[in-house]
Ligand binder design. Sequence first.
Ligand code: RM4
Ligand code: MN
Ligand code: MN
Length: 396
Amino acid sequence: MTDKQAELINRALDSLHIELPSWGFANTGTRFGKFIQAAAAVSIEDKFSDAGQVHALTGSCPTVALHVQWDLPKGMGQAGEIEGLARKYGVRPGSINPNVFQDQEYKYGSVGNPDPAIRKRAVDHLLDCVAIAGALKCRDVSPWFADGSNYPGTQNMRKRIGWFEEALKEVHDRLGPQQRLLIEYKPFEPAFYHSDIADWGMAFLLAKNAGPQAFVLVDTGHHYQAQNIEQIVAWLLHHDMMGGFHFNDRRYADDDLTLGSIDPYQIFRIFHEIHAYEWETSTHADIAYMIDQSHNLKGKMEAMIQTVCTAQELYAKAALVDHARLDKLQESCTLIEAEESLRNAFWTDVRPAIREWRKSHGLPQDPMQAFQESGYLERITADRRERNVGSVSSYA
Ligand code: RM4
Ligand code: MN
Ligand code: MN
């Protein structure tokens, strides 16, 4: 590895911040069964403690995403408590995730529900989330809508577009000047015939309609098989609409597996699009990188550390591409060399350089090993075992 390459990696890692999901530390499950982990976080304090630990070990995770219904059931009333936890554990609250999919009222949808009273209830909750984000100085409000239908003819898709437009505009207009609304899409599940925000085009149009502070959120697990996600990212960057990511990996659908576990080259290609855009425009792409995973079999802390380290590796690899050279190769349609310049970056072993970066930042060179030797897991297992019996707090 040359000094220049090491320098590229250092710069990339210094700028990479990854947000941890509070729900990734809690006991979650599939709809078939919940396997309780004794060490899983039960309280919001546990979640801040675990997130703080991952940040201390990796140096890249200064914020934790909060899910309002699961983490802040008392809403605004808990802002003071959250501030205290942020100070105590050294991680700030990050994106605020509303919940308009779990309550019984939302059986036929939230802001797309034909009943105006239920649409209002959903909008009110979204507005509360904007206020909570304001009180906690969080920039992003990040809703995901389960809205859709299961059978042809049972809902008026066009009317529902109008209701979504109205609702998202109303929420957008309540944002503070620094805040953003990130609109997430998902092709199916829980709805199996139509989902109201099924793909990036729908999210894009709804964000445009809502206003200038609305952007698209790409959850890497929310696509049909074989879809070219980096091309979607390229389009969103081109239109200045790329708001953030929910990182995870998948083999079949929205599997919420650890990032890069199935297809690391996919994540590398997404990072490459972002680095290439930054090189071409000499700007920093202002993207929120967030994890959205739920670990049913792996230990939650270990899965999170593994994910952050994988993101660092793939982001560092993508930073090694020689953009000026690649640009010339693309212009002249020099195909093999162009493709090889990506492959060479991908196959470069960046782990020694990352270890150096960690050393220079006073971080453990091997965060997983440091975690395993720290005694933290034994401590939380003993501390939480009783509290975890029978507890399933969320369904990520
Ligand atoms: C969805 C989506 C959202 C997450 C919910 C629980 O599939 O990924 O981001 O909050 O699950
Ligand atoms: Mn998501
Ligand atoms: Mn998902």
